[in-house]
Design a protein around this ligand. Sequence first.
Ligand code: PMP
Length: 405
Amino acid sequence: MPLSQLARSIAESPTLRLNEEARYLKEKGEPVIHLGIGEPKNKTPISAILSSAAQLNAGDVKYTPTDGIPSLKKAIIRYTEENYDRLVEPENVIVSSGAKQALFNLLFTLINPQDEVVILAPYWVSYPEMVKMVYGVPVIVTPEDGTFHPRMEDIERKVTSYTKAIIVNSPNNPSGLIFHEEFIAEIVEFCEKKGIYLITDDIYHKLVFDGKTPAPAYRFTRKDPESTRVVVVNGISKIYGMTGFRVGWTIASKKVVEVMTNVQAQTTSCTSLILQAGAEGALTGLQSIVESLRLTIQNNRDVTMQELQSFRGVTTTRPEGTFYCLPDFRAYTQNSEELSNLLLRKALVVTVPGIEFGMEGYLRLSYSGSVKEITEGVARIKWALDPESPNEIYIGDRKMVRDWL
Ligand code: PMP
């Protein structure tokens, strides 16, 4: 059966595939540890539950305006003012079904066929695929100094007259790095001078550690919301741990939002009212929830770093935010996919191969789970790889013997 060439060229989402695999193994009763998924374990904030439930109880769940219900947009405007020091109007805001859909619709709105979009490695897996889906060309820029922090000189070398947009994600999935303020200021100025869109994916912006705060690009533009090239994508999935609500948003010029609204109107019509109400509940409810989640994740980061420190040959850049780290396993193998498969098969630990993020030889580990999962997960990885670690381990109630090193 002939299928679309473009659709067939789109890679499977590795993280969602690994989720499925882990779910399948868990259902079979296998003691799987999931260090692959970026999803906190917290309960949904009560204010979100009550707000969603009130809509459902009213029994009046219909289409909403395509760009979102006015009360949620109002909460997003207030959020933008508090976190970015910028006052925007309702016409600058569009609500989508997750930051993922916001990004896709935004790229669909901005990109002509063959336009280039600069993506900074290590990058979130979906960026290159999304760019391809709108017939754009992903241009990957890897820091030449071997760090995870992007450098303007590397970016400038890859920018051409076809460059339409640059995507920046800080705090960064998968490295956990917060990009320096000077870099953000410089890239904002560079993009505005060249007329290149700067898409800032701020989905982790409050999940930061040790008193550090990310510099949001939107605060650095000297232009007004109609003429700036900086576009913000954000959402509730990560900082409120509300991944299943599927609510995200975009802040852009009225013209961009108007076209994005048409794109959304012809595809999903709108985000579910019940879920928009939940997002509004989270944004307007008690914000101590965000801080308590942040503290839990910071403690998980500390535990992860401590466990990884004693791992021979593995070096890890200390994450400053998110719930990921990207340890360097090149002392053990150059093939991160094989490594990840081995760890799943032999040690029942889910990890994501670094190659998916443009970093071969690395693995992304998520510390969004429990401390027990982290310590046991890392212990199993050590057992599977390090010949100097004891060659027997208990996985669940089974004694496992390492016989492959
Ligand atoms: N951007 C980044 C960098 C992410 O890691 C994720 C989720 N993994 C998203 C966007 C998508 O978030 P949402 O759940 O709001 O679609």
